[in-house]
Design a binder for this molecule. Structure first.
Ligand SMILES: C[S@@+](CC[C@H](N)C(=O)[O-])C[C@H]1O[C@@H](n2cnc3c(N)ncnc32)[C@H](O)[C@@H]1O
Length: 207
């Protein structure tokens, strides 16, 4: 059951309308980060590589937490896509979004298993889902969880997203997805610095 205050938070969030073109999204990015190279659009998609650098200021000590500046850059691209769900939210602080994780010690807004996401949200529709799953068996062990089934979770995300909504999936692999259900909107390589793992974000838009 979803607590009433969370229901209100989701329902009162700006309803999602994906009116912005990919070029407009890129221009939000350039205005916010004038010193960074412009976002690369190729064949109607985002195809970019971000060097985030080894910045530990305000970095959470939680294993696998988001690299600094990752969320700032990503949020700028999707300012309209609310309500927003942070799936595998880890140690993210409360904010203008719903946090979903299976570890009770982290006090997420919703405690649950991502493999069954749609059971928690019925037919509610999110404008965007930011997902940061454990990438490997070894990572899953760190969290005391079993490794998720990517295909199942991506299908569950589809069920709770608004049409044209975005799934922003950070991982070490390029996950499989159904072309009938999703359009590939972007791929962004993510580098921190030498001796850190290389990752990539797959941005899928629900069709
Ligand atoms: C890479 S961490 C995310 C860290 C987060 N990005 C942050 O900045 O703190 C992965 C998270 O997935 C959670 N997790 C693992 N399996 C899960 C599942 N089946 N359902 C929900 N959460 C799960 C773990 O508890 C862990 O907090």
């Amino acid at each position: 059951m979803i607590p009433l205050d969370l229901k209100l938070k989701i329902e009162s969030a700006k309803i999602f309308y994906s009116n912005f073109s990919i070029e407009e999204r890129a221009s939000f990015y350039s205005k916010a980060f004038p010193k960074f190279p412009p976002l690369r659009i190729w064949n109607g998609r985002i195809e970019d590589l971000w060097f985030l650098g080894n910045d530990y200021t305000n970095k959470s000590s939680y294993y696998g937490s988001y690299p600094n500046n990752y969320l700032k850059r990503m949020e700028i691209l999707f300012p309209d896509c609310h309500p927003r769900l942070h799936l595998f939210s880890g140690a993210l602080p409360p904010g203008n979004y719903i946090r979903f994780d299976r570890r009770s010690d982290l006090k997420p807004d919703i405690l649950g298993d991502a493999n069954h996401l749609s059971e928690f949200f019925g037919n509610w529709e999110f404008g965007s889902i930011f997902a940061d799953p454990p990438y490997s068996q070894e990572d899953a062990l760190h969290y005391g969880c079993t490794l998720i089934n990517r295909n199942t979770v991506i299908d569950e995300c589809w069920k709770v997203l608004h049409k044209d909504g975005f799934l922003i999936w950070l991982d070490q692999v390029w996950p499989q997805y159904s072309k009938q259900k999703w359009k590939l909107y972007g791929k962004i390589g993510i580098e921190i610095s030498t001796n850190h793992r290389s990752r990539s974000v797959t941005i899928l838009q629900k069709v």
